[in-house]
Unconditional design. Sequence first.
Length: 475
Amino acid sequence: MALLGKRRPTRRRSGVSGLQGRVEPPRSAAPPVEGDAPVTIERLAHDGRGVARSASGKTLFVEGALPGERVEVAVHRTRKRFDEGHVRTLLEPSSERVSPPCPHYGRCGGCDLQHLALAGQRDHKRAVLVDLLAREGIELAEPPLLLAEPDTAYRRRARLGVKVDSDGGVHLGFRERHASRLVDVTACPVLVPRLEALLAPLRQCLESLEAPRLVGHVELIDSDGGAAVVVRQLRENAGDRSRWQAFGEAQGVAVGRWLGRENPEFAWLAEAPALHYALPGQAADAPLRLAFAPGDFVQVNAAVNRCLVATARAWLAPLAGRRVLDLYAGVGNFSLPLAADGARVTAIEGHPAMVARLSDNARDSGLTVAAEQADLGDVAAVTALLAAQAPQAVLLDPPRDGADAACQALVARPAPRVVYIACDPATLARDAARLVHGGYRVVRAAVADMFVHTSHLESVLLFEHPERQPSSQGA
């Protein structure tokens, strides 16, 4: 065990993943489909792949292809009902095809829509939301609004993998598409400049470590209070601790570590930074300050997050004196702005540390927010909250698996208005169907382009329950 994590002698094996030299064959070696018969791309699937039909009528999902293009396809996976492939030869390009801005496009598993013009990406995302809702029998009265900001230098958080290959080479980057290997990243146009500038010195630091194998990944965090680098390390190495401290001092960033295998503990290697971000308050000269810590959920795109918050505030206005229940409240991303608008907010979060952080953030901003912990996956618990609070509006911002329990409770105890922010449009459509079948109607919809150049989309729906509106209550 003495050599755990340290550099080992060179061995003639390849593959950054360390899987005993297991290497995927290059894409060019994949067989063409139907004897090189060209196909025409009919549309985009929800995940951004082109959809075509082979000569035999079998569905093809083609990476990197756009509607209207004629392509030769190399199939890299065959299934019973459909095949998956990528563009082998582009015969007739779409007018919406553009040159990808990132040098790692095609290998890196992120930003998979860079070959599609920005307007086309956003049209596709709105179409996905409309289609998923329509499959649940929900028709929108008008097209979804688009909440979008610049398409580069937007990402304020990123996690990069670290691997040491059999030759002792250190690799830093994101996962390769369809593989466990890492793509060494030298540039990343979607990172905010302060984080992108850390890539080269971070790689140098990793290469200088005595035991780089002890490092699993590195998270980069940018905030209004400065940048931080958070290292996931299996166990202590005194020399490498000093190297990380020197790296932080040289780059002017805070360095923290999750240390340990089963139950890692977090600590900063120097003075703890004041990680925080700002949101508009009621007055232009009094922004809201939201502190957070590594491990807390914070939206990666600060500009689009501000659009989301502004949309929720506008859709729920007027808020003065109204009771609002904020479920999955996090550090107060929506709770504080709603309270600043005069709402009486009760914020519910499942993680005790974030409940405490939310309370501190509200106090530091001079706002009154009742922050509580509850199991939001428990229908009875959420129903009890609705009964006790009798909210005039409910805001939901759940994780990717959605808010099924909360929606069941909202059907049992209806609220006049519900704003649902979702990071997965499929689970949003599922939960929206439950609410609509329970008496609600969709009044407004929006798509937030939180992760530009990817097929991922955030979406927002405003529901109203006709029987719970003020006019029907005599209010």
